[in-house]
Design a protein around this ligand. Structure first.
Ligand code: URA
Length: 436
């Protein structure tokens, strides 16, 4: 077999056999398939797509490219949630301790920021000492003893995905449903899950910028996951504005801590967290209905149990053992803090969500190239949402920057990203659709 012949077959619109896909993925590990072959293959798949059968084979061989975790010694269901990414999306860090406090084991393998979207790992690394790459024994020990551990993709968990993803990122081939499905599911299957809940974001700040794309992506992921015997459902949620009141690593972690301590719970964020928690508890078989799941999630949140679980996870993974106390003393603050003032009274009718995310990247809170380091302290707080009434001079958000020049650039960008109208627009539903 020749890699170029497999590319040609897909380019001409023919389905690939299991052995051709196997040859391709094994070739990534043994070096017989080069990065240019991968790039051309991904472009052919982007244009000609793949059947469910081909997507299953691709996922299967990507899982087999590395190790598979086993959780035989746990006495409860192993369930995770995965978000397709957005701006201000700190849901995973709130959700893992909530569901773990209800009896789920949640080994969560998360990613770094990509483009305008923030990454859970970058947020967690703003906690001093937190180790996002523990060895397998510490990871498993934390999941077993605390119920959850959020870490990065280890080098031997679906390693073929790491290579393919890197090529897709720089060849404009991210938006292919079979490639997205295989990429997400190979990591989740390698993590040894019993169940998965997908949070598929749609809107101007999401990978799926329209509802049809989000629906097709969700259906494909569910169909393929079920063929592997992994119970999976998906919820499509809105990403036409940042989620919660903060965007930026340290600021988002502080919002998570305030949320878990029930000090400040922004309503849209709270609804997404509880909806996903209820779905995970249902999939796990811990509750009989999502209503019961909502109730259970609220109980562990209100009793402080979820906050304690978060503190234990942070401490086991090398962070402070008292992060809930004197929270501010654990974090560095940005040098320069300045409000973004509104120039026109009215209602916030549109937000350019990717531009808000990119403003934080420009401030140093994200990477322009993979080797860049991050300034965790910068970002935005007190970000107002769609439909909010504002008067001239009031703050739309507060910029946290390294210096005044960077703050002034960010202020300009945020002012340009928010559209204010005289009439209040009808708001989009937050929880758009359940798929299962
Ligand atoms: N998240 C992933 O892990 N892979 C994709 O392809 C898209 C989102």
């Amino acid at each position: 077999m020749l890699p170029q012949e497999i590319i040609r077959k897909k380019k001409d619109g023919f389905p690939l056999s299991d052995s051709e896909i196997q040859y391709y993925i094994e070739g990534i590990s043994n070096g017989s398939v080069s990065e240019s072959h991968i790039a051309a293959f991904c472009m052919a798949v982007l244009f000609k797509s793949m059947s469910t059968e081909e997507t299953f084979s691709l996922t299967d061989h990507m899982v087999k490219s590395g190790d598979k975790l086993k959780w035989d010694d746990l006495n409860g269901p192993v369930v995770d949630k995965h978000s397709t990414g957005g701006v201000g999306d700190k849901v995973s860090i709130m959700l893992a301790p909530i569901v773990a406090s209800c009896g789920i084991y949640n080994p969560m393998i998360s990613g770094r920021g990509l483009g305008h979207t923030g990454g859970t790992l970058d947020k967690l690394e703003s906690i001093p000492g937190y180790n996002t790459t523990p060895d397998n024994s510490l990871f498993c020990h934390t999941v077993k003893n605390v119920g959850c551990a959020i870490i990065g993709q280890t080098s031997n968990l679906a390693p073929a995905d790491k290579v393919i993803y890197g090529v897709r990122d720089v060849t404009a081939t991210l938006e292919s449903i079979p490639l997205i499905t295989a990429s997400i599911l190979s990591k989740k299957l390698a993590a040894g899950l019993d169940g998965l809940v997908m949070d598929i974001k749609t809107g101007n700040g999401a990978l799926a910028d329209n509802l049809d794309f989000a629906r097709n992506m969700g259906s494909c992921i569910i169909e393929v996951a079920k063929q592997f015997g992994m119970n999976t459902s998906a919820i499509i949620t809105d990403m036409n504005q940042p989620l919660g009141g903060t965007v930026g690593n340290t600021l988002e972690i502080k919002e998570v801590i305030d949320y878990l301590k029930c000090v400040r719970q922004e309503s849209r964020l709270h609804e997404v967290v509880l909806t996903l928690a209820a779905e995970m508890l249902t999939i796990a078989g811990i509750v009989d209905s999502t209503d019961e799941g909502f109730q259970k999630a609220k109980e562990v949140l209100n009793s402080g149990k979820a906050a304690e679980t978060f503190e234990k996870m942070v401490s086991q993974l090398g962070g402070p053992n008292n992060i809930l106390e004197n929270t501010n003393s654990h974090f560095e603050s940005a040098y320069f803090v300045k409000p973004v003032q509104v120039h026109q009274s009215g209602f916030i009718s549109q937000i350019n969500t990717p531009a808000v995310g990119l403003t934080v990247v420009e401030l140093g809170g994200g990477r322009k190239k993979p080797s860049d380091s991050i300034d965790h302290s910068v970002g935005l707080s007190n970000v107002l949402g769609l439909g909010t009434k504002v008067n001239v001079g009031e703050p739309l958000a507060i910029v946290h920057a390294h210096n005044e020049d960077q703050a002034n650039i960010a202020i300009q960008q945020i002012q340009n990203s928010f559209i204010i109208s005289e009439i209040k627009a009808k708001s989009n539903p937050l929880i758009i659709e359940y798929l299962n």
